[in-house]
Design a protein around this ligand. Structure first.
Ligand code: NAI
Length: 302
């Protein structure tokens, strides 16, 4: 029948070999989940030290997942060893895409660096390989410009921590083909994620709403209308948020928040909700970057 033909076509296009470029916070998480869900994964970083650290973090995290899923015993041990056996590492991005069905890029948030990488990969990867970026704040279309495969390019935006967070935003640029979009979505589901579809708009869905929300909270404090603590209490108890906006900003990193808003402000100077905040600028310039630096809006024990 037509349906089973379409299904078998989809099966034939299914993504089996995944190359993840970048082995930092996000790349390691994406590589881990891909390995856990039966994909053959190559995780790449220019920094061999970063790769080594990521391998260790992944092994620890997979063990925790196995324990939660299967408790102690043979099944857990098998899950860990099989998952890890599907994971390879490399410091050579170009060589690592030779048999990739999908490349997910999770390197430093810098347009020039991402374009240089994709331009090299475009020449090295097979024609069918889909390219995706996990960028949080750079337009996918600007990154895709570095390649000649706009129809096989999209955004796959994961959330930290990747093994825990259920959501995957699947982003299409105008040129992204339906086959590419379908393959990315099917892969997201195979990764155990719930996918949502979004156009290539700043912040996609989650950050487009969350970042202005966090900056409005800072503006309330700048105007002296309420304290960070009371804003957090109010949003947790009055709106049911699991974290208040200041706790969230400290967790995400004030430097990251500033970086995102500065980029959007540059691209959209007329959108008032994307304007920078003097209070945030001050904290960042004092090295108060949030939980990771020991202080942001709140103080943390190191
Ligand atoms: P990170 O700083 O933890 O890791 C980046 C890694 O990329 C580093 O290990 C670095 O050595 C490597 N790298 C840099 N240039 C490279 C190159 N040319 N080739 C290969 N490897 C290279 O960064 P993180 O937080 O994992 O972010 C990565 C990407 O994911 C960024 O685009 C960011 O916007 C996005 N993102 C971050 C989220 C977060 O919560 N941190 C959430 C969702 C997306």
């Amino acid at each position: 029948t037509r349906r089973s033909l379409a299904q078998s076509a989809a099966m034939a296009n299914a993504i089996k070999n995944v190359t993840v470029i970048g082995s930092g916070l996000m790349g390691a998480g994406i590589a881990q989940v891909a390995a856990q869900t039966g994909h053959s994964v190559t995780m790449v970083d220019i920094d061999p030290v970063a790769v080594g650290k990521a391998e260790k973090r992944i092994a620890d995290s997979i063990s925790r997942v196995a324990k939660k899923k299967f408790g102690e015993g043979d099944e857990a041990t098998k899950f860990v060893s099989e998952s890890l056996s599907r994971l390879r590492t490399s410091t050579d991005a170009v060589a690592s895409v030779e048999s990739a069905d999908l490349v997910v890029e999770a390197i430093v948030e810098n347009l020039k660096t991402k374009k240089e990488l994709f331009s090299k990969l475009d020449n090295a990867a097979p024609a069918h390989t889909i390219f995706a970026s996990n960028t949080s704040s750079i337009p996918i279309a600007k990154i895709a410009e570095a390649t000649n495969r706009l129809d096989r390019f999209g955004g796959l935006h994961f959330f930290n921590p990747v093994p825990v967070m259920k959501l995957l935003e699947v982003v299409r640029i105008p040129e992204t083909s339906s086959d590419t979009y379908d393959a990315m979505t099917a892969w997201g589901k195979a990764m155990g994620k719930v996918t949502v579809e979004c156009k290539d708009t700043p912040g996609f869905i989650v950050n487009r709403l969350l970042v202005p929300f966090m900056f409005e909270a800072v503006r309330m404090v700048e105007r002296g209308e309420a304290s960070p603590k009371d804003v957090d209490t109010a949003m947790k108890l009055g709106a049911g948020h699991p974290m208040g906006p200041f706790e969230l900003m400290d967790y995400v990193g004030l430097d990251t928040g500033k970086f995102i808003i500065d980029g959007w402000h540059k691209d959209y100077p007329d959108v008032e909700i994307f304007s920078p905040s003097p209070l945030l600028e001050k904290l960042v310039s004092e090295g108060k970057h949030g939980v990771k630096s020991g202080e942001g809006f709140y103080k943390y024990k190191k």
